[in-house]
Design a protein around this ligand. Structure first.
Ligand SMILES: NC(=O)c1ccc[n+]([C@@H]2O[C@H](COP(=O)([O-])OP(=O)(O)OC[C@H]3O[C@@H](n4cnc5c(N)ncnc54)[C@H](O)[C@@H]3O)[C@@H](O)[C@H]2O)c1
Length: 314
């Protein structure tokens, strides 16, 4: 089988490529190394993958490619490429989000319409829910994102549904709840906090630290993608949360301190616009329909991320 992964040099997609290659699958990966974070980190993500004889890397901006040609012979598409980040999505930056998140998804779906793909898995986000007190978040909740990023992810998710509904493109959208683990993006909280503790620097928490999240280990996200690709289900949306309960940022930093064996120098600042107070996934749908069972809890996943960051910043 041939699997196409968009944004393959990124955090989640490179972990997905690793797993598919470990299973002996053929993988085509595309990435243009957008400048949201360093190319050096993304090249490290790809370092071992690129040596695999079953991996074919294309360095190009997907918006400039002939996507019909790209999808020829492809069985599964995992559309992970996007402009990530809630806090950077305001103002004139929004153009980057409309291009890489909405326009690109629409172009891929147009190409998918002409193709023989078996499944198109779209990386959606818990940010589509917005700031709600309807917890845990269920797939059929009222959706009202509070960041431009969330709006762009929801627009692309809606496009996936409508290409299924109107043209039979076999899409599934997975709403990831804050992902962590090896290769986590350098703008994400855990990466920033662990790096600060390791380097004895101050770490800044936006808000009182009592905001809570359902954190999901990247290996579990990878598993959910593969389950979604292989299932017969189409045209549906699933939450993908992690093993374990919703937990506050303050408690998470306590766990980091325990694992590293050092105290964090915490500094609290005003809440950032677009940040959501709480997220919590209702996972009953994905557990039931895709037989998804997250395996790695917060403590174990944090140990792995800390180990990886110790090597990156040694
Ligand atoms: N990390 C999370 O917690 C999280 C949560 C919810 C949803 N998501 C979604 O998961 C996906 C992966 O996120 P990530 O955290 O791994 O991000 P990431 O920034 O590490 O990876 C995205 C990759 O896509 C590439 N890319 C972007 N636009 C491109 C284009 N036009 N052509 C070619 N390559 C392009 C970038 O260079 C980057 O390597 C994204 O769709 C994101 O919205 C992530």
């Amino acid at each position: 089988m041939i699997h196409l992964i968009t944004g393959v040099a990124g955090f989640i997609a490179s972990n997905l490529a690793d797993e598919l290659l470990a299973r002996g699958e053929q993988v085509i990966g595309v990435d243009c190394f957008t400048d949201y974070y360093s190319r050096e980190l993304k090249e490290k993500n790809l370092a071992s993958i690129i040596k695999d004889k079953n991996f074919n890397f294309i360095e190009e901006d997907l918006l400039d490619m002939d996507l019909v040609e790209l999808l020829e012979g492809v069985d599964y598409v995992y559309h992970q490429a996007a402009q990530a980040g809630v806090r950077a999505s305001w103002g004139s930056n929004f153009d980057i989000y409309t291009d890489n998140n909405i326009r690109l998804t629409q172009q891929l779906l147009e190409a998918a319409k002409e193709s023989k793909i078996k499944k198109f898995v779209y990386a959606s986000s818990s940010s589509v829910y917005g700031d709600t007190d309807q917890l845990p978040m269920r797939e059929n909740n009222y959706l009202q994102p509070v960041s431009p990023y969330g709006v762009s992810k929801l627009a692309a998710e809606n496009l996936c549904y409508l290409y299924w509904k109107n043209f039979g493109v076999p899409t599934i959208s997975l709403r990831y709840f804050t992902v962590f683990g090896e290769r986590q993006r350098p703008d994400m909280a855990f990466h920033i906090f662990i790096k600060a503790i390791l380097q004895d620097k101050k770490l800044t928490i936006f808000g009182d630290g009592e905001q809570s999240r359902n954190f999901t280990y990247v290996g579990d996200i990878v598993e959910a993608n593969i389950l979604a690709a292989l299932s017969d289900i189409r045209g549906e949306v699933f939450n993908v949360g992690g093993a374990g309960e919703r937990i506050t940022l303050n408690e998470t930093i306590d766990i980091m301190e325990d694992i590293i064996g050092k105290k964090a120098k915490r500094e609290y600042k005003a809440v950032a616009k677009g940040d959501v107070r709480h997220t919590e996934a209702d996972e009953s749908k994905i557990r039931k329909k895709l037989d998804y069972q997250p395996k790695i809890d917060l403590k174990e996943g944090l140990k792995r991320e800390i180990q990886w960051l110790k090597v990156i910043y040694k």
